[in-house]
Design a protein around this ligand. Structure first.
Ligand code: PLP
Length: 440
């Protein structure tokens, strides 16, 4: 059907069959307007829509396509695995290999349990933390995204109320009230919440480097201070690296900070991974300290299961992807991200649009406005104050020039190892006109 239909026709048809025409809300272009592109093919740094138009892709499936789309090695591994059976519902050797690859790269991780989505990973990590501590409350930072389970769709209450309110219709208030939402990058807010509720807090969950409100990196030393404060009070740290894990470096953002001079050698208790470890197929994981991880069934009392957990085809894609991520690839990702971000910044400066590029390893996004330009934006309230109206025209100018950016200002830009000079040149050529469009 897709060959003969335009994007608009496909969207109309989808809306008659699927709520909003999409299976994940950001795909609907709600915050930038216009018609979503229906993709029919992807190869290397490019995606192709139903009308045959080629775009340089800076979404990379929201992270998993780190080696480039339809990477030859990953596709071959998938084909080989698929030919041997799509799903066993029993253990298979690849699951252990993938778990070992993760444990070898991230040293605080002694044991790994594979699941299918990042949402499941964070949900199970929280259950483990509650079981390990015998406490119920969870601390979360405003603007961090950890998937769509009830307790994590929690919105900060107003004023001094830290007990969260439901962040979505359908979330029961008593469940949201088990989550305490506080501002990010603010050690005093964390100390205050522990001073008041310390004995009841099971864990702090944090994006290792937030990239779901645009990129808002932790201030130097914040992750270490957070870990120290939580541990002082007997609470655990759940480090959500679903987005950053194996993308910003072989040991994720934890590894980047562990090597930096600001590090005090902090060690989160539990990690969540996803995206890259499935290479585009559904794999995610919880990893961490052996004593906590072995609370999981069948060894311990914490229940967790999945019909398709550790699926052999998905695991094959994940193994091929992790094995393809050599130090040279990470260097290339860093270089490519720097080239694109520098050019975007230069184009915006040329037309005097106030902005800043915010970074977490090779992940970056643009924040707009004087406040952003002067001091950077460090928490959710600041991100919401920015000049967000500049993004939709910028986005559409890029799209019209054949560059696919995330259809929301509050997402990171993702480069791949397949972005070659031709792809980068198209981005650089498109930027000046997009910058002018942002100068509204
Ligand atoms: N945690 C983080 C940091 C994420 O970015 C995401 C998804 O974007 C999730 C958790 C949820 O993962 P999934 O969409 O696989 O459920």
């Amino acid at each position: 059907m897709s060959k003969k239909m335009t994007n608009a026709q496909l969207f109309d048809r989808a809306q008659a069959a699927i709520p909003g025409g999409v299976n994940s809300p950001v795909r609907a272009f709600g915050s930038v307007g216009g018609t979503p592109r229906f993709l029919v093919k992807a190869k290397g740094p490019y995606v192709y829509d139903s009308e045959g138009i080629e775009y340089v892709d800076l979404i990379a499936s929201w992270g998993p396509a780190i080696l480039g789309h339809a990477n030859r090695r990953a596709v071959k591994a998938v084909q080989k695995a698929a030919a041997k059976g799509l799903s066993f519902g029993a253990s298979s050797p690849g699951e252990t290999i993938l778990a070992e690859l993760i444990e070898q790269r991230v040293s605080p991780v002694d044991r790994v349990r594979l699941v299918s989505t990042g949402t499941e990973a964070t949900m199970t990590a929280i259950r483990l933390a509650r079981a390990a501590t015998g406490r119920d409350l969870l601390v979360k930072f405003a603007g961090h995204y950890h998937g769509h389970s009830d307790g994590l769709l929690a919105a900060a209450g107003s004023g001094l109320a830290t007990f969260a309110l439901p962040g979505s219709a359908g979330v029961p208030a008593p469940i949201a009230a088990q989550t305490l939402v506080i501002p990010y990058n603010d050690p005093d807010a964390l100390r205050a919440v522990f001073a008041e509720h310390g004995e009841k807090i099971a864990a702090v969950i944090t994006e290792a480097a937030p990239a779901n409100m645009g990129v808002v990196p932790p201030l130097p030393g914040f992750n270490a201070a957070m870990t120290a404060i939580a541990h002082e009070h007997g609470a655990l740290i759940i480090f959500d690296e679903v987005l950053t894990g194996f993308r910003v470096g072989a040991a994720g953002f934890w590894g980047v900070e562990d090597k930096s001079k600001d590090s005090s050698g902090y060690r989160p208790d539990l990690f969540c991974f996803g995206k890259v470890i499935g290479g585009g197929l559904p794999v995610a994981a919880i990893g961490g300290r052996r004593d906590i991880m072995e609370l999981l069934a069948p060894l311990g009392p914490v229940y967790q299961a999945g019909t398709l957990s550790g699926n052999p085809v998905a695991v094959a894609a994940g193994i091929a992807t992790l094995q393809g991520l050599t130090p040279r690839v990470y260097k290339k990702l860093d270089r490519t991200a720097r080239t694109i971000a520098d050019a975007a910044s230069a184009a915006l400066s040329q037309v005097s649009v106030p902005h800043r590029i915010q970074w977490a390893g090779n992940l970056f996004s643009i924040v707009f406005g004087e406040e952003a330009a002067i001091s950077g934006l460090h928490d959710y309230a600041a991100v919401q104050r920015q000049e967000s109206w500049r993004y939709p025209p910028f986005f559409h100018a890029m799209l019209n020039a054949g560059v696919s950016l995330p259809p929301s200002l509050f997402e990171a830009w993702f480069v791949t190892a397949a972005h070659d000079q031709r792809a980068i040149d198209r981005i650089l050529t498109a930027l000046p006109k997009a910058a002018k469009a942002a100068d509204t």
